[in-house]
Design a protein around this ligand. Structure first.
Ligand code: ADP
Length: 160
């Protein structure tokens, strides 16, 4: 069975992430969405909150599960017996960093393969940071994130 891991911060999950997860779920038998618990990155939502939101918005995709990891993704992959990473690519600006990460992962463990999926054009400008910025100033994020996420953001930042 081909398992692929979609790793990320998902702080919070956006329609851009969801698009990649949905498309990856059609290609691979099993998808593990892995929420990284990166102590160096200040996050708006806790890992548990981010996982719950992902679970809610992927509940209709039967071959998707949600997990979290601390430390190196490679260690999580071996624990979960997975060899494939799926990452989304937006602009050229994503490319250099992604290439660096994919190369280092391959250096650490040669059996790991990273697959990239081009973003849906509608979401090429979309990131969790932009969503947080927009929500912070109480503008509508309904085109950017699923309703459950919008609600969670309104709870954080308060309604207008
Ligand atoms: P990280 O902090 O690891 O980059 P993110 O949550 O920002 O985590 O992103 C997780 C994955 O989702 C990455 O592969 C990223 O390229 C992808 N991604 C994020 N936003 C989009 C988008 N709008 N379209 C396509 N892929 C995206």
């Amino acid at each position: 069975m081909a398992t692929a891991v979609c790793p990320g911060s998902f702080d919070p999950i956006t329609y851009g992430h969801l698009d990649i997860i949905q498309r990856a779920a059609r290609v691979f038998d099993h998808i593990i969405v892995a929420v990284g618990n990166n102590a160096n990155k200040k996050s708006l939502f806790t890992v548990e909150q981010r996982m719950t939101l992902i679970q809610q918005v992927t509940k209709d995709i039967p071959n998707v599960e949600v997990d979290s990891y601390n430390g190196l993704l490679i260690d999580f992959m071996s624990k979960r017996n997975a060899r494939t990473i799926v990452r989304g690519l937006r602009a050229v600006s994503d490319f250099e960093f992604e290439m660096q990460v994919a190369s280092i992962n391959k250096k650490i463990d040669d059996s790991i393969e990273t697959f990239f999926m081009m973003t849906n054009n509608n979401y090429s400008y979309l990131s969790s940071s932009i969503v947080k910025e927009v929500a912070m100033y109480h503008a509508s994020v309904s085109d950017l994130v699923p309703p459950e996420v919008e609600e969670a953001l309104m709870e954080k930042f308060g309604q207008r």
